[in-house]
Design a protein around this ligand. Structure first.
Ligand code: COI
Length: 377
C-alpha cells in the first residue's frame, strides 16, 4: 500500500535549492558487486556511500557553495575550532525505500528545525530548513543505488555542522561547514528487536540545567560514553540518566528517549525540561499513542516512584526510542538499590504495536495519515 497523505513532491522552493547543488561525481565509484555485498548486512554506522552533501558558511557571505562531492576524509588544520571547543551539532534521519521503489524520509522539517535550535545553543549559524532538506534530497538522489531494499533496512542520514575555522581563541567560529553523509543501516542493536537492559545512573549526568542537554551536540554524547562503558562492564546494554539538577528524575538514555506504559494503559515519558533531547521519534510516538486513545503523560518521573511502580507491577512496559534504534523494548531496569524485570522480560504488546505502526508508516505499508513522509527520490 502506498501513502495517502504523504508529500509526493518536495516544494518548488526545495527543488530549486536541490538544483543549486554542484554535483562532482566520485572518480572511484564503488563497483556494483562490492556495493551489493556492503548492503547485505551493514553494521550500524560502518559503511558509507560514495558521496556527501556539503554547504559552507562564512560570516561575511552566509551559506555558500552547495555541492555534492566524493565521500572522503576532511582535511583539517590542527587548530580547527571544533577539535578544541566542540562547536558541533548533528542530526539523525533515515531514507526508506517503499515497495514501488520510491524513496522517502520522515518529518525532515522537524530535524531541520531541531538542528537550527541546536546550532543556536552552540553559537553556530542556522541552516534554513529548505537547505537542510534539499541537501538530504540531493545526496539521496546521487547515491540512490545505496538505499537498501531489504525489510527493516534504510539509508541512515547524518547531517552535521561544525566550526571549521582554524584558531585557538574561545569565540564562535567565523567559518562553518555543514555536511550530510549517508550510511546503509540494518538494525541498530546487533541482536535485532530484543529487549535491552538499562542501568539507571545516579553518579554521572549527560547534561545539567541551562546546559546543552536539549541540543544534539557531540559533547552530550561524549559525556555519556564513560557511564555507558561502566554500565556495559556491569552487564547492561544502555544507561538511563537522571536530571543533573536534583539527581532524582528520569531524563533519557543519551541516544534515546524513554517511555513507560503503565498497567492502566497510560503512556508516560519524561517531560522536556530543557536538558532532554526533543526526539522526533518521541513526538511521533506520543501522537500514535494518543491516536489509539491512550492517555499520554509528559511529566517528571521520580526514580523513587519508578522503583515503587516496578515493584508493585504498575509499570507494564518500558521502551526506548530514537531514529537509529526506532523503538527498542526494555526488559530489565536496575540501579544501585533495585533490579527489576519488566513484565515477563519480553517485548511489551503496546511497544511492539507502536513500533509496527511507526515502521509501517515509514516504509509505506500503511497510509501516512499525519502527512509525515517526504519523497526524496
Ligand atoms: C539517532 O537515533 O539518529 C541518533 O542520532 C542517536 C545516535 C546515538 C545514533
Amino acid at each position: 500500500m502506498t501513502s495517502t497523505t504523504s508529500n509526493d513532491i518536495l516544494s518548488a522552493d526545495i527543488e530549486g535549492i536541490v538544483s543549486l547543488f554542484d554535483v562532482t561525481p566520485t572518480d572511484t565509484p564503488t563497483p556494483d558487486d562490492e556495493r551489493v555485498a556492503k548492503l547485505a548486512a551493514p553494521k550500524f554506522g560502518t559503511v558509507f556511500t560514495d558521496h556527501m552533501a556539503r554547504i559552507s558558511w562564512r560570516r561575511e557571505d552566509g551559506w555558500i557553495h552547495r555541492r555534492i562531492e566524493k565521500y572522503g576524509p576532511l582535511q583539517l588544520d590542527p587548530a580547527t575550532a571544533v577539535l578544541h571547543y566542540a562547536q558541533e551539532v548533528f542530526e539523525g534521519m533515515k531514507a526508506y525505500q517503499h515497495a514501488d521503489g520510491t524513496v522517502w524520509t520522515f518529518r525532515p522539517e522537524q530535524n531541520a528545525a531541531r538542528m537550527a535550535r541546536s546550532a543556536h545553543r552552540l553559537a553556530l549559524p542556522a541552516l534554513p530548513v529548505d537547505d537542510f532538506v534539499a541537501a538530504c534530497a540531493a545526496l539521496v538522489r546521487t547515491d540512490r543505488a545505496w538505499v537498501p531494499a531489504t525489510p527493516d533496512s534504510s539509508l541512515y542520514l547524518r547531517p552535521f555542522m561544525f566550526a571549521s575555522e582554524p584558531f585557538l581563541g574561545v569565540r564562535p567560529a567565523d567559518e562553518v561547514e555543514f555536511l550530510v553523509i549517508a550510511s546503509p543501516a540494518g538494525a541498530y542493536f546487533s541482536g535485532g528487536v530484543k529487549p535491552v537492559s538499562i542501568w539507571v545512573d545516579a553518579e554521572y549526568h549527560r547534561a545539567g540545567p541551562g546546559g546543552t542537554g536539549s541540543a544534539k551536540c557531540g559533547g552530550n554524547y561524549a559525556a555519556s560514553l564513560l557511564p555507558q562503558q561502566e554500565a556495559a562492564a556491569k552487564g547492561f546494554d544502555q544507561v538511563c540518566f537522571l536530571d543533573g539538577g536534583t539527581n532524582t528524575t528520569l531524563e533519557e538514555l543519551g541516544g534515546m528517549n524513554v517511555f513507560l506504559v503503565m498497567d492502566d494503559g497510560s503512556v508516560h515519558t519524561p517531560e522536556l525540561t530543557g536538558s532532554i533531547l526533543e526526539g522526533v521519534t518521541r513526538s511521533s510516538i506520543l501522537r500514535l499513542a494518543q491516536d489509539r486513545g491512550r492517555d499520554v503523560v509528559e511529566r517528571r518521573i521520580p526514580l523513587t516512584e519508578l522503583i515503587e511502580d516496578l515493584r508493585s507491577g504498575r509499570v507494564a512496559e518500558v521502551f526506548a526510542c530514537g531514529t537509529a534504534a526506532v523503538i527498542t523494548p526494555v526488559g530489565r531496569l536496575a540501579g544501585e538499590t533495585f533490579d527489576a524485570t519488566i513484565g515477563t522480560g519480553e517485548p511489551g504488546e503496546l511497544t511492539m504495536a507502536i513500533r509496527e505502526e511507526l515502521t509501517a508508516i515509514q516504509y509505506g505499508r500503511t497510509p501516512d495519515r499525519h502527512g509525515w513522509l517526504r519523497r526524496l527520490a
